[in-house]
Design a protein around this ligand. Structure first.
Ligand code: GTP
Ligand code: NA
Ligand code: MG
Length: 298
């Protein structure tokens, strides 16, 4: 509403592209050049997301990378009608060009109305031809900005760490145009990006906060489960008391395991959270029962 306090939030970025074009190498390279391995968990901490600090417009700004493969993130988004990604990096190997999964990635991002920044990767390789890649992308509706279009295409070498800063700059530029905002002064909501059962700690879930601020002690409903946030660890392995919009944290305290892609929401009262979770669990049981009965009838 009008009284909401909207603040800029960092972009949440995923990476897509054809097999072996360098998605993992690029994510790792950005992570290694930008994060000093000195803090508690350092870069060994792995929660399915990480943020980097980038100097831009004389300020330090953040970018959050999800290491969910882009196509999975988009499939989950389509299935649930939610949006976890603000910008998609489309990696295209400069020595291989546009391939079937490149085209698939373009249509996913377009359907989800997520802007694409192209990383033309492997420019160090013999036979690399960024111009050929641009021409091929034009045939699929992506016109490079320097040729009069509106798609930013950045030549990089993930393996040599070349022009990663240029890529990060462009992500912030696109993020500015998108005017991404959120209200940190409300109860958090967002999406579960990963969950697993830890023998000693119980259900451990990684939550991407998309609006509001998540705090230790908050009552949270996630899919059909709920709990009170007992402890949180950020993407650098540090214990934290709160998580702001666009950041991901590992959360302890849920009573059962939620599913990746489930939405979560914090409630003012724990009993409210329990009531919602119970009613969703009942709905799920009913759906399963109906499915079981339907399969017997055929
Ligand atoms: P999948 O996850 O299997 O789809 O592959 P990917 O897109 O994650 O590619 P990955 O990062 O695994 O890289 C594939 C191969 O390309 C590896 O052997 C990398 O070392 C190599 N590679 C990645 N980036 C570069 C680069 O900039 N230059 C060169 N020469 N090789 C690269
Ligand atoms: Na690979
Ligand atoms: Mg990979």
């Amino acid at each position: 509403g009008d009284l909401e306090h909207l603040h800029r939030r960092p972009p949440v970025v995923t990476i897509m592209g054809h097999v072996d074009h360098g998605k993992t190498t690029l994510l790792d390279a950005i992570r290694k050049t930008k994060i000093v391995d000195s803090e508690a968990g350092g870069i060994t901490q792995h929660i399915g997301a990480y943020h980097v600090d980038v100097e831009h417009d004389e300020k330090t700004q953040q970018i959050v990378f999800l290491d969910t493969p882009g196509h999975e993130a988009f499939t989950a988004m389509r299935a649930r009608g939610t949006k976890v990604t603000d910008i998609a990096i489309l990696v295209v190997a400069a020595d291989d060009g546009v391939r079937p999964q490149t085209i698939e990635a373009i249509s996913h991002a377009k359907a989800a109305e997520v802007p694409i920044v192209v990383a033309i990767n492997k420019i160090d390789k013999e036979g690399a031809s960024p111009d050929r890649v641009k021409q091929e992308l034009m045939e699929h509706g992506l016109v490079p900005e320097e040729w009069g279009g509106d798609t930013i295409m950045v030549p990089v070498s993930a393996i040599q760490g070349e022009n990663l800063d240029g890529l990060l700059e462009m992500l912030l530029l696109v993020s500015e145009i998108e005017e991404l905002s959120a209200n940190p002064d409300r109860l958090a909501r967002g999406t579960i990006i990963e969950a697993h059962l830890d023998k000693s700690r119980g259900p451990v879930a990684t939550l991407l906060v998309q609006n509001g601020t998540l705090r230790v002690g908050d009552a949270v409903v996630a899919g059909a489960t709920m709990g009170k946030v007992r402890a949180m660890v950020d993407d650098r392995g540090e214990r934290v008391e709160e998580a702001l919009p666009s950041f991901a944290v590992e959360v302890l305290g849920l009573s059962e395991l939620p599913s990746a892609g489930d939405e979560f929401e914090c409630m003012a009262e724990e009993k409210e959270a329990r009531a919602i979770a119970n009613s969703r669990a009942a709905d799920q049981r009913e759906t399963r029962l109906q499915q079981a009965l339907a399969s017997r009838r055929v």
